[in-house]
Design a protein around this ligand. Sequence first.
Ligand SMILES: Nc1ncnc2c1ncn2[C@@H]1O[C@H](COP(=O)(O)OP(=O)(O)OP(=O)(O)O)[C@@H](O)[C@H]1O
Length: 254
Amino acid sequence: MPDPVLTLDAVSKEFGGLTAVDHVSLALSAGERVAVIGPNGAGKTTLFRMIAGEMRPSRGTISLFGRDVTRLSERKRALRGVARTFQVSNLFPSLTVEYNVRLAAQVGSWTSRRFWRRLDANDRFAVETRAVLEHVGLGDRAAHTVETLSHGEQRQLEIAIALMSRPRLILLDEPAAGLSVAERQVLRGLLKDLSTEVTYLLIEHDMSLALELADRVLCLDNGTPLACGTPDEIRADAAVQAVYLGRRDEVADG
Ligand SMILES: Nc1ncnc2c1ncn2[C@@H]1O[C@H](COP(=O)(O)OP(=O)(O)OP(=O)(O)O)[C@@H](O)[C@H]1O
């Protein structure tokens, strides 16, 4: 059996007297898609920040591909294949779509101490950039500036940027937040069709989207794992339904 892509072993995070994440354990195998759900303040983003290396756990260990990375920096984890998209966009609005992707890829290349290449150079990044933009459905938008993109297209671009680092694990932080129904459909298709070479962990408030995309769902409540199971198990879970009271129909309909 290959090592899991990601293993969380009793990970906790305290902020002063507040326990934001409390003894969360989880293992993701290669190609698996796991959604983390839970009401506001459940600890989802804090968990992501610890996995990405932005923040250290108070207790517990985090391993990537069988190696303990609990004390490794965010950059070193990125070099091991972790990419992340954010709730708040990190894009450069006045630059073109293509330039945003190439810039991110070349900064990644620079931080990994590979040879810095000129942004204008007709190099391998141009080919990879075109391919990844086609892949996320933005092939015809390459020459447009980011500020002219719809909100949904900007989310697609963020995924393109994450894919440029050829990640083995992507952390998607509410990719569907603020999207229209039609934009959600596009995003749903994109995430469903991603190669299973990429494992992903997804925070998503849209319950039906989370249950549709995920192989497995972890529900947090006040930092504590409330339930972890297949989408069908989560739909049927009484504790999850109670937490989502008022959204009970949404859980049931999935
Ligand atoms: N840097 C911090 N310092 C102090 N408290 C924090 C910090 N970050 C998060 N918290 C607290 O930790 C708890 C969990 O927050 P977190 O943002 O992880 O929840 P969440 O599930 O992502 O919520 P949301 O769905 O609203 O984004 C909250 O009570 C929050 O106020």
